[in-house]
Design a protein around this ligand. Structure first.
Ligand SMILES: *Cc1c(COP(=O)(O)O)cnc(C)c1O
Length: 340
């Protein structure tokens, strides 16, 4: 059924589509999986996901390229990251090749919901997995539900990406025992209060520091940091407790191989942030959101790139990566995966 969607005014909310992909794990094995039409899940009140939050997810998007194909961007990296997250949560990894096939299947089945090229809107793809059988003693579930639904979403920035003001948070993003490098709702649950507080204070986002020393930059609730030095080096924090963003890894490659920039992945001290020329947050949804100002307990750090627009290096990185994604610039082998 052709949906009646006003692509130009689409927001960032859930719109159910025709099909979702489902596979269940039972007696030690994943079943063959299928596309289904039911957008609801019925579970025991004692399902492990409800009691002990055994759940994880991924996020990627499908869209039309310039030459009229439906594609998605590096789904193999979402597959491998979800397998790593699952292992840390004692969940059975969904096979990575099947993950990529399932993404293709569910997007193809919902192709009428892929927004047109140039609209800025995309089809957001949400794979997730939950512990689905009843567990009351604290232990991993025996059965799991893997599902991928898709939902069309509007452009992340309506009317251009204005630099934002963020704050250095008093909260730790994730539990300090190393759950920061997994993509799981439990980390997001812990970020809800800090982000509500930040918004009440007028900040767009939180900069979290390492919980041990509170001197090193980690990430925000849902995006990695990139910085650019005054001489054009891309610097991004290295830490065992930040989520390995696919966008950030792609930007590092683009910086080095397309733009000839120097790239450093290393510890970044809060004390050196005032020396940087540009700052941005990177993730699938927005690609790069520029940061113009960082407030550290009353101390204001203004990035030289200012509050009007992205800095020049950030702009180049943004234009090159989105150009690769949209088929305007030749991609590295395997980055842009054709679905239809
Ligand atoms: C998803 C996510 C990101 C961004 O990763 P991408 O793969 O670029 O979308 C960054 N930080 C956290 C905590 C995340 O969950």
């Amino acid at each position: 059924m052709k949906p009646d969607i006003d692509w130009a005014n689409l927001g960032f909310g859930y719109i159910p589509t025709d099909y979702r992909y489902v596979s269940n794990f039972k007696d030690g094995a994943w079943d063959e999986g299928a596309l289904v039409t039911d957008a609801t899940i019925t579970l025991s009140e004692c399902a492990c996901v409800f009691q002990y939050s055994q759940s994880c997810f991924e996020g990627l998007k499908a869209y039309y390229t310039k030459d009229g194909h439906i594609v998605c961007f590096r789904p193999d990296l979402n597959a491998s990251r979800m397998a790593e997250t699952a292992a840390r949560l004692e969940m059975p990894p969904f096979p990575e090749d099947r993950f990529v096939e399932a993404v293709k299947q569910v997007v193809a089945a919902n192709k009428d919901f892929v927004p047109p090229y140039g609209s800025g809107a995309t089809l957001y793809i949400r794979p997730f997995m939950i512990g689905s059988d009843a567990v009351i003693g604290v232990k991993p579930a025996n059965e799991y539900h893997f599902r991928i639904f898709v939902t069309p979403v509007g452009p992340y920035f309506k009317g251009g990406a204005k630099p934002m003001t963020i704050k250095v948070s008093d909260f730790d993003r994730a539990a300090p025992h190393g759950t920061g490098h997994i993509k799981a709702g439990l980390n997001y649950a812990m970020s809800l209060h800090p982000i509500v507080v930040a918004h009440q204070e007028g900040y767009a986002e939180n900069m979290y520091l390492d919980p041990q020393t509170r001197t090193k930059v980690e990430e925000t609730g849902g995006a990695n940091f990139i910085f650019v030095t005054k001489d054009g080096t891309l610097v991004t924090p290295k830490s065992p407790s930040i989520l390995p963003s696919i966008t950030r890894r792609s930007l590092m490659y683009v910086a080095e191989h397309y733009l000839g920039m120097k790239v450093e992945e290393r510890e970044v001290l809060l004390s050196e942030v005032p020396d940087f020329a540009e700052c941005g947050l990177c993730g699938t949804a927005a690609v790069i959101s520029p940061v113009g100002r960082i407030v550290d307990h009353g101390r204001v750090i203004d990035l030289p790139s200012g509050m009007e627009e992205m800095g020049p290096y950030t702009r180049k990185l943004y234009d090159t990566l989105t150009g690769i994604q949209m088929g305007r610039i030749d991609p590295p082998e395997g980055w842009v995966v054709k679905i239809a």
